[in-house]
Design a protein around this ligand. Structure first.
Ligand code: MG
Length: 419
């Protein structure tokens, strides 16, 4: 009887974590979302940053999220202020999954970039609040550290092969083990200079992209880098979705001897079925995903083992909560993560990625992004780069704050043409 009573008592008791949480918050009134603030800023540069601040009923307790969208910043501001923000008022910020799901279905049409920006901002702010309440960094709540810092890859560029080589060496000397090598900037390596080549009369005279030239040039660049630098450094290359599918297959074959760490965005998102063709003929590791917004884009690529690295941007795909689920899927199928962090990204999204990176087994690499001194001053706790690694502040929550008075000094000036 005694044993039965003991077992009965055990089954009736709430789980240990729930009891600890109840102890820690005993005597506090139930938590509720009191205010939803949207903070757009250029941060003293040309940034198109939009931050979300969720203010709770507990004095001084708030969370920050990134709602940045470089191309449609004001659409995200309106979506929060006029549509979804009012829905969150009065809700319990502890219920992250519940609020994520109910916000997602509330808009009826799902998986748009704007919708995901809003969801991701809410999600990061709620994790920030939970971490602050627990007195722990978010990565502790996500399962704890799997690594001590986050390895990054750097961006090397140059007008010619020698310049690219010099810039890769510079990053290697700084401690980077992974370097992305481009030649001639965004989409470079296949550019016909202004005025040269075949042009229609009175037509466009600016730089023009020639994809056959690109497919000839890029393998030569990597042959040069391997001859000069050896196989020690891990080299990456980003195609920026510039090729027609059959030339993407050809490029993946032609760079195979140079053992890239990954070849990124070799296909546009509309042509991802062609990854099956590439897999048949080349062992070049493939990375894809910075344009992803819908799980139907990344789930087949992972579950059919068609890519090696998924490159979703957290703030465009549902935030920390969604990234943890994607990382778990990756772990099952032997795919790794390489969350996107292009130059337009902000320090809050960078830290959201950082906390996920620290706590997942399927981590592969993180893209480098660094900020000027004014941003570090405006946002205390912005992660630090040192020797090719990213280090967060280890403060509770995301470990970052935002000086709203400084942000207000630099109003956002929407770019007419996005990037
Ligand atoms: Mg890219």
């Amino acid at each position: 009887m005694e044993r039965r009573g003991f077992l009965k008592g055990l089954l009736a008791a709430p789980p240990l974590a729930a009891r600890l949480y109840a102890q820690r918050t005993r005597g506090l009134p139930p938590l509720a979302i009191r205010e939803v603030k949207v903070i757009p800023t250029s941060a003293g540069g040309r940034y198109q940053w939009v931050f979300l601040k969720i203010v709770t009923s507990e004095p001084g307790l708030y969370g920050l999220g990134s709602a940045s969208n470089v191309n449609q910043a004001l659409s995200v501001v309106t979506a929060i202020e006029k549509h979804l923000g009012p829905f969150w008022i009065g809700k319990n910020p502890d219920r992250i999954e519940d609020l994520w799901q109910s916000t997602n279905v509330r808009s009826y049409w799902r998986n748009s970039a704007i919708q995901n920006n809003v969801l991701s901002a809410l999600d990061a702010a709620l994790w920030d609040i939970k971490g602050k309440r627990a007195g722990m960094p978010v990565y502790e709540l996500l399962g704890g550290k799997v690594r001590d810092a986050v390895p990054l890859y750097a961006h090397a560029d140059g007008r010619d092969m020698q310049q690219v080589e010099d810039n890769v060496r510079k990053y290697m000397e700084e401690g980077y083990r992974h370097v992305r090598a481009q030649m001639g900037g965004y989409g470079g390596g296949g550019m016909i200079p202004p005025g040269q080549g075949s042009r229609p009369a009175a037509g466009f005279t600016g730089p023009a992209f020639d994809e056959e030239l690109y497919v000839d040039t890029i393998p030569k660049l990597f042959e040069h880098l391997r001859v000069k630098l050896g196989n020690g450094v891990k080299l990456l290359h980003d195609v920026h979705e510039h090729l027609t599918p059959i030339l993407a297959v050809e490029l993946a074959k032609r760079v195979e001897p140079y053992r890239l760490f990954f070849l990124e965005d070799v296909l546009p998102p509309e042509q991802i079925a062609w990854f099956r063709n590439i897999r048949q003929v080349a062992t070049t590791p493939l990375a894809m995903g910075e344009l992803n917004t819908n799980p139907h884009e990344w789930v087949p690529l992972i579950s059919e083992r068609l890519i090696d690295f998924v490159r979703n941007r957290l703030s465009a795909t549902g935030g920390i909560t969604a990234a943890k689920k994607t990382a778990a899927l990756c772990e099952t199928f032997g795919v790794r993560t390489a969350w996107q962090e292009g130059g337009d990204n902000d320090p809050v999204n960078q830290l959201a990625s950082y906390h996920v990176d620290l706590s997942i087994a399927s981590f592969g690499i993180q893209e480098e992004n660094h900020f000027p001194p004014l941003v570090h001053e405006m946002m205390p706790g912005t992660a630090q780069l040192k020797g090719g690694y990213l280090y967060g502040s280890d403060g509770p929550g995301l470990g970052i704050d935002l000086n709203e008075a400084t942000a207000a000094k630099y109003p956002l000036q929407p770019l007419e043409t996005g990037l």
